[in-house]
Write a protein that binds this ligand. Sequence first.
Ligand code: IMP
Ligand code: MG
Length: 210
Amino acid sequence: MKDIVIDLRNRELISTRSISSPKYAKRDFKGILVLNGELVLRTAKLAEDIQKFYKDKKLVLLGVLDGSVHFIKDLSEGIALPIQRTFIKVSSYRGTRKSGKLEFQLNPMIDLTGMNVLIVEDIIDTGKTMDALIKELNTRFKPRSIRTCVLLDKAEKRLDQFKHIKVDYTGFYIPDEFVVGYGLDYLDNYRGYRHLAILKEKVFKENDNQ
Ligand code: IMP
Ligand code: MG
């Protein structure tokens, strides 16, 4: 059966005050978009679908650091196959972000040549990162197959030139807001927060003034 992506684009936020949250959460977050339990449940469903598809194949999960760490931990626990798992770190060159040039800061510890690779990303936005990553992996390693799994998709933000990118497994569609927690960051902060929260505008403004 075809998976239906959970659409949270019109969801009301949950107050950080309604569940136990650290002080900074109350100060810096507008509210919670997805609770940790919901993230974990949805990830288990994706894991089940992945397991079905790869049951007779050798699979390498390739996590994109740092954002995918929480997601890939829960995802790989849910796949009842002896899969391999490795990581890559990618970042845009400072100052040339718009060009979409990627810098590989870490080479995967497993040779991906001839492997079935499933890219595991925290979020897809314009599509620039995913597009460049797929191209780079194809030229550098020539994997047998490359497919994609993302927890969050800001579908509205996809640039026309990247609309062709196929996301094979998607957790949630989310609104065009800046989200943090469950591995996702703002200036490397908030990655350890359990839930997925939306950042207050004033946090961006405070940092712009520094
Ligand atoms: P894209 O290249 O525009 O698709 O952006 C993807 C990358 O931008 C992700 O891998 C994230 O690192 C980052 N990103 C985009 N939106 C958010 C967000 O709301 N919170 C945290 N990081 C984000
Ligand atoms: Mg990322």
